[in-house]
Design a protein around this ligand. Structure first.
Ligand code: ZN
Length: 306
């Protein structure tokens, strides 16, 4: 099969929707998708199911608008793993067909479609451009991380939300945690979707810094299990494991997953530091090389050991 997803372009919401339809046409049982919620501006939030197995894991991307290359990465994974499944090929020693008959990988490739569209296409992609310009204090949206009404979606989850550090007290392009936890439809959608499943582990892809957050306040057996998988993750990607110290700031998706569901969760930061802007496309080849086996590695760990 030929590739469907081209990750080496500015990968828009529209393109993602087209590619999801095509993937489902070409791999009708293997790849299916659902609308699990709506953004503030009424775009669809999609969940994609890849595989047939009982063991479920979950990978999501683009909580943060300018970090849309994480969507390209996840869509590329779906395409690449599907091709290998159909051709009965293995990838890096993982027998894809056997694995995806035992495990299912769920994806929400773009948590924040309004924010991604704002960064890529500008303010006319928004339903209420004037409000967005007022929040941003101007017309350059390349640094924007929040959802379309200025709430940082990775500061929305109920994990020590009251004590989040460096909160901006009002809607902003980044760092505002919102009026209450899960006040935003995008974070609420991912939260509810997670509770409706039995994910053995989860990953929230971000950029940048080539590091992995993995141990938010975890202890005992969870700490041991998380550490073991984090070390494999780090070896595969060559990303550094982050020690958050005794008082990490909460509110993130994986902070919540670890503390509430008490199962492993990882926040990898793809790409070297690039400053407050989207990761340039020229970094993609290395990001792909580092991460192309990650979904298979995690599904294997979940199936065999969790
Ligand atoms: Zn981020």
């Amino acid at each position: 099969m030929e590739s469907i997803v081209n990750p080496k372009v500015i990968y828009t919401y529209q393109q993602m929707v087209k590619d999801l339809k095509k993937l489902n046409q070409v791999y009708p049982n293997l790849v299916t998708y659902d609308v699990i919620g709506k953004s503030v501006d009424n775009r669809n939030i999609y969940a994609v199911k890849l595989g047939f197995g009982e063991t479920e894991i979950f990978l999501n991307g683009a909580h943060h608008a300018r970090e849309w290359l994480t969507t390209s990465l996840l869509m590329n994974m779906i395409d690449y793993y599907s091709q290998a499944y159909e051709a009965n090929n293995s990838i890096g020693g993982y027998d894809v067909k056997t694995l995806l008959n035992k495990a299912t990988i769920w994806f929400v490739p773009m948590v924040n479609p309004d924010g991604v569209s704002l960064v890529q296409l500008g303010v006319n992609s928004a339903k209420r451009p004037d409000e967005v310009i007022a929040i941003n204090n101007g017309n350059d949206f390349s640094t924007w991380k929040a959802n379309i009404r200025g709430v940082d979606l990775n500061r929305q989850y109920p994990a020590d939300w009251d004590s989040i550090q460096d909160n901006v007290g009002h809607p902003a392009s980044m760092m505002y945690k919102g009026p209450t936890p899960l006040s935003e439809p995008e974070s609420k959608t991912v939260y509810t979707f997670t509770l409706n499943h039995d994910f053995k582990l989860a990953v929230a892809y971000h950029s940048s810094g080539e590091e992995i957050f993995w141990k938010y306040k975890c202890k005992g057996e969870l700490l041991e299990t998380s550490k073991r998988i984090a070390e494999i993750f780090s070896e595969k990607t060559e990303y550094q494991l982050v020690d958050p110290g005794p008082n990490p700031s909460g509110g993130g998706y994986t902070d919540w997953f670890l503390t509430t569901l008490k199962r492993p969760a990882f926040t990898p930061e793809i790409s070297p530091l690039v400053g407050p802007r989207p990761v340039p496309l020229k970094n993609y080849d290395k990001i792909w090389k580092d991460n192309k086996e990650v979904g298979l590695m995690l599904a294997t760990e979940a199936y065999l050991h969790l």
